[in-house]
Design a protein. Structure first.
Length: 240
C-alpha cells in the first residue's frame, strides 16, 4: 500500500473520532452544554449504531460491497439534489459534485454487478441514513444535510477501507474504485465538518458509527501492512 493510501486510511479514522468527540470538546471550551448528540451504542454482533443512522455491518465480500454501495450512493444523490435550493453557493456546488460523481459511480457499479454477478439479487436499500429534505430550506436545509451527509460519507469510507484492508475485492477495478470512494469522500467529509462547525457550532456534530476491529478505524488496530491485492502486490515505498 502506498504511503498516501496509508495516511488517508488513518486520517479517515481520525476524522470519525474527531467528529464524534467535537460536541464534548466544544462544551468544555465554551462552558455551555452543547445540543445533545446521540452516542453510539454497541450490539452483541460488535456492530456500532447511532440512533436513526443505520448500522455499519461487516462487509462479506466484493458483491456485498457493491450491492450495498449502490443504494447508499443513490440515497446520497437524492439528498444532494435538494441543495439546488440552498442559499449558499458552496453548498449548491457540493450538491452538484455529489450528484455528478456518485451518479456515474452508481452506473459503473451496476455494470460490474451485471457482468460479474448476473444471478445475484438487484441491490436494494437496507438502511436509511438521510432524512427527507424536501420540506426544508435555508439554514434548516444546509444544517440537516451536513449533519446527515457527514456520517453518510463516513459509512462509505469505512466500507471501502474494510474491503481494502481485508483484501476482499476480487477485481482490480474494484480496488481502485474503493480507494477513490474512500479518498474522495474523506475530502468532502472534512470540508462538510468544517462548514458545520463554522456555521452552526461544534456542538452540532452528529453521532458517528464506528467499526470495532477494522484497521485504520476507531476501536481497531492501526494499519501495519499493505492492502492485499487481487492481482499483484504493490511494491513497498522506499526512501524517507
Amino acid at each position: 500500500m502506498s504511503r498516501r493510501s496509508l495516511k488517508t486510511g488513518v486520517a479517515a479514522g481520525a476524522l470519525l473520532a474527531a467528529v464524534a468527540t467535537a460536541g464534548a470538546a466544544a462544551a468544555d471550551m465554551s462552558g455551555r452544554s452543547p445540543t445533545p448528540v446521540p452516542s453510539p451504542t454497541g450490539t452483541p454482533s460488535g456492530t456500532t449504531t447511532c440512533p436513526g443512522m443505520g448500522q455499519m455491518r461487516p462487509i462479506a465480500g466484493e458483491y456485498a460491497y457493491l450491492s450495498e454501495m449502490v443504494p447508499h450512493h443513490e440515497e446520497a444523490v437524492t439528498a444532494a439534489r435538494q441543495l439546488e435550493r440552498s442559499d449558499r453557493p458552496e453548498m449548491r456546488r457540493l450538491g452538484r459534485t455529489i450528484v455528478e460523481t456518485q451518479s456515474a459511480e452508481v452506473e459503473r457499479m451496476k455494470g460490474w454487478l451485471a457482468r460479474w454477478y448476473p444471478s445475484s439479487p438487484t441491490p436494494t436499500p437496507t438502511t436509511t441514513m438521510m432524512r427527507d429534505l424536501e420540506g426544508l430550506s435555508g439554514e434548516e436545509l444546509d444544517k440537516a444535510f451536513l449533519q446527515d451527509m457527514i456520517p453518510h460519507h463516513m459509512m462509505a469510507i469505512m466500507m471501502s477501507q474494510q474491503l481494502l484492508m481485508r483484501g476482499q475485492a476480487e477485481h482490480s477495478e474494484v480496488v481502485e474504485f474503493a480507494r477513490s470512494v474512500r479518498d474522495g469522500q474523506h475530502g468532502e467529509a472534512m470540508q462538510m465538518r468544517q462548514w458545520l462547525g463554522q456555521w452552526y457550532g461544534w456542538g452540532s456534530m452528529p453521532c458517528m458509527p464506528g467499526m470495532h476491529g477494522m484497521q485504520g478505524m476507531p476501536g481497531g488496530p492501526s494499519p501495519t501492512g499493505p492492502e492485499p491485492s487481487p492481482t499483484s502486490p504493490e511494491p513497498s515505498p522506499t526512501g524517507s
